[in-house]
Design a protein around this ligand. Sequence first.
Ligand code: PHE
Length: 339
Amino acid sequence: MSLQEQVAQMQAQSKDELEQLRIQFLGKKGEVTELFDEFRRLSKEQKAELGAAINALKNSTASRLQEMRDALEQQAVEEEKADLTRTPDPIELGSRHPLSLVKEEIIDIFARIGFTVEEGPEVEDDKHVFGMLNFAPEHPARDMQDTFFVEKEEGVQKPTDILLRTHTSSVQTRVMTSEKPPIRVLCPGRVYRNEAVSARAHCFFHQIEGLYIDKNVSFADLRQALLYFAKEMFGADTQIRLRPSYFPFTEPSAEMDISCNICGGKGCSFCKGTGWVEILGCGMVDPNVLESCGIDSKEYSGYAFGLGVERITNLKYRVKDLRLFSENDIRFLRQFEAC
Ligand code: PHE
């Protein structure tokens, strides 16, 4: 086979084979290169006769090699294209925060009986957090012990009516003044109270408050809605009990316990041996609150309730230390990957 034919029939499956061919023909001792050595020894006439042919052979060898190189590179690109789903490094999936998981679950349960979600500002005024909610001017909840006031001027703390909301009832007052009954809303959000941080208390936490206002809303409606919630959240065997309590914005007011879902009501350290754990505050919206929000209390009545998301999360996932929720310890958060 002539050298020309050999060059024309070169085939390479890989870059290594290609390199072998380059060396074989165009390397220092390559077959085409050696022609040039011989060429130097030829007579003038022979040179004139063969020069063009040798050059043409060298060029066609080089371009054939280049062609094969391009083809191999193209093939590599195609292969990579076909394999784009391959991850060079495994991608780490994040997980939802337990408080978000529980918040979503609570919203989901109440959405099934017609509640929609409303949100409002965390930095609020006195009127929406206390004033319109029937707090007497000297009510202790307004005191600096509980409430973080926002300084209007640096170093001047009081008098100011701008504060961090201590409950999301403030969103309820906003909804009541801007919407007409029937109103059926859930107000989730972060709230702030001036408390020393410990395993059992924090200066901020999360609440979900509910409000239902319509004609003829009764305490029985409230109890039924809360019983439904407790069974959906903690299981069909869950029982509830309502204990009389006091909130300025509801009358009558109550606190609700559920049968301890850890010991099933037998008594354990979590429920301090009582078989019951408190999970929320509730009551019938005080007529004064309705009136201060522009709702006719003779025509309408309503119920409200408020629960702490951390508390429910503790019951569900047995988180013993409240601080874990805000420390962002990856070992804690990873435990909720499967939830
Ligand atoms: N706002 C109350 C709190 O933060 C909870 C509550 C809401 C109680 C609605 C009764 C009715 O403690």
